[in-house]
Design a protein around this ligand. Structure first.
Ligand SMILES: [Zn+2]
Length: 437
């Protein structure tokens, strides 16, 4: 029932919705460290420690420690108490509970405070466990092994507040395995280049493809630090640029015709979400609604309509079967943008033109893409939730255990009004020692 190596259970009880277990080691004898002579049992002292929660309730172990005494008068050693690798001296949590706390934070993505509440300990206690058991996993060189296609993507990590601007991070992804492998502070060329530079040469040589979002800094960093890797513009971001242009034109037209920002009853404002939808994701109803909105709100030369077509076509380029077909389609796309004479569309065309090689490289690399970028961003947000406080503390949490356990419940040797059975058993052991010595 206890399952803790080297310990046996003496009693179990429930108190205040929590489980309490009195335990002792299965050790029957001990020998002096100084002279090696068999020691005598001198005293029993209780120590409290939290263990793995059971059935959603925090569990407290009352370990009735043995105190041994060396009876040799010539020996310098007098008394010592039992130790266990499973329950460290002055620890608030058993080691198995600390490992589990780290796993819940790292693997299940629970927040530190959530785990602290489940285990019935302080935030800092869990954070210390996460640092101790988690950092070796992060530092494990094999963690980054086997990456051949690298993806980089910027994400807002912390929203701006009174003390800082929006904090951006660069998510580094193993694209083929859809795995977030690191989060680099900042989104500059230097931040990324430094990170790549820190990796072993052999690792860098294995990277043949690098997927990026359309940000010059990343392109520069990847060109200098991974010169052999083919740079591919991430399809998701290209598609998003197209729809961003539709949004811009809609806002512009709306402002010109109504003189104010979008209101609920404006025909263009009410179809803003429909305009961002892929053409093949419309139902008959949504399609009709969108057309009616455009009829009512678009300019005479159909600026929104033309931008919408461009955004859809840009998205469809990725359905081409090979590079030659994509090149042709892209050429026709540029012609469409030039003919449209919509300033936002010309600007989009210039942007795409400057990334032409990286866009078409998609077809040379078998359609590599950051793909689950959105999923990765969600994961980064989750990491943010879990680690925000840790990062603000610089991960430098004092690993010394907190003494919060001392405030919990009456001390065993003091005068108590509540007799909690597991404690009563522990206490009886201590008393029996007191009466025999
Ligand atoms: Zn001794």
């Amino acid at each position: 029932m206890l399952g803790l190596a080297g310990f046996r259970l003496l009693a179990v009880s429930e108190y205040g919705g929590e489980l309490e277990q009195a335990i002792e080691t299965s050790v029957e004898e001990d020998f002096c460290r100084g002279c090696g002579v068999r020691a005598r049992l001198h005293d029993r002292r209780p120590t409290w420690v939290r263990d793995l929660p059971t059935g959603g309730r925090p569990v407290t172990l009352v370990w009735v420690k043995r105190v041994w005494r060396c009876m040799q008068s010539a020996c310098g050693v007098s008394t010592w108490s039992e130790r266990s690798p499973e329950i460290r001296a002055r620890a608030s949590l058993t080691e198995r509970a600390r490992r589990e706390a780290c796993r819940r934070v790292g693997q299940d993505g629970h927040s530190v405070s959530q785990v602290a509440a489940a285990f019935g300990v302080a935030w800092a206690t869990v954070m210390a466990a996460v640092s101790e058991y988690g950092l070796p996993l992060v530092d494990d060189p094999n963690r980054l092994a086997g990456v051949s296609a690298l993806g980089v993507d910027e994400t807002a990590f912390l929203a701006a507040n009174w003390s800082h601007h929006t904090v951006f991070v660069t998510g580094v992804v193993d694209v083929r395995a859809s795995r977030l492998i690191d989060i680099v502070p900042g989104r500059s060329a230097k931040a990324l280049a430094t990170w790549v530079g820190e990796q072993p040469q052999a690792w860098r040589d294995d990277i043949t493809v690098a997927a990026l979002d359309p940000f010059r800094g990343y392109a520069t960093a990847l060109r200098t630090s991974l010169p052999e890797a083919t740079r591919v513009l991430d399809a998701f971001h290209v598609t998003r640029l197209g729809f961003a242009a539709v949004d811009d034109v809609r806002r512009c037209v709306q402002q010109d015709s109504t003189g104010h920002r979008g209101r609920r009853d404006d025909p263009l404002y009410s179809i803003r979400r429909l305009l961002r939808r892929g053409h093949d994701h419309h139902t008959e109803t949504s399609w009709q609604r969108m057309l009616a909105g455009l009829d009512a709100g678009d300019t005479g030369d159909e600026q929104i309509g033309k931008t919408w077509i461009a955004a859809q076509d840009l998205r469809l380029i990725y359905r081409c079967h090979d590079r030659a077909e994509a090149e042709q389609k892209l050429y026709r796309w540029f012609v469409h943008c030039a003919d449209a004479e919509v300033p936002e569309l010309l600007r989009l065309a210039r942007t795409i033109d400057s990334w032409r090689e990286e866009l078409l490289a998609y077809f040379d690399t078998g359609g590599i893409s950051n793909g689950p970028t959105e999923a990765m961003n969600l994961l980064i947000k989750k990491v943010k939730r879990v680690g925000q406080a840790a990062i603000e503390e610089g991960l430098l949490v004092d690993p010394s255990p907190r003494s919060d356990r001392q405030s919990r419940g009456p001390p065993l040797n003091g005068v108590t009004t509540h007799w909690r059975p597991a404690r009563a058993v522990a206490r009886r052991l201590c008393w029996s020692m007191a009466s025999t010595s």
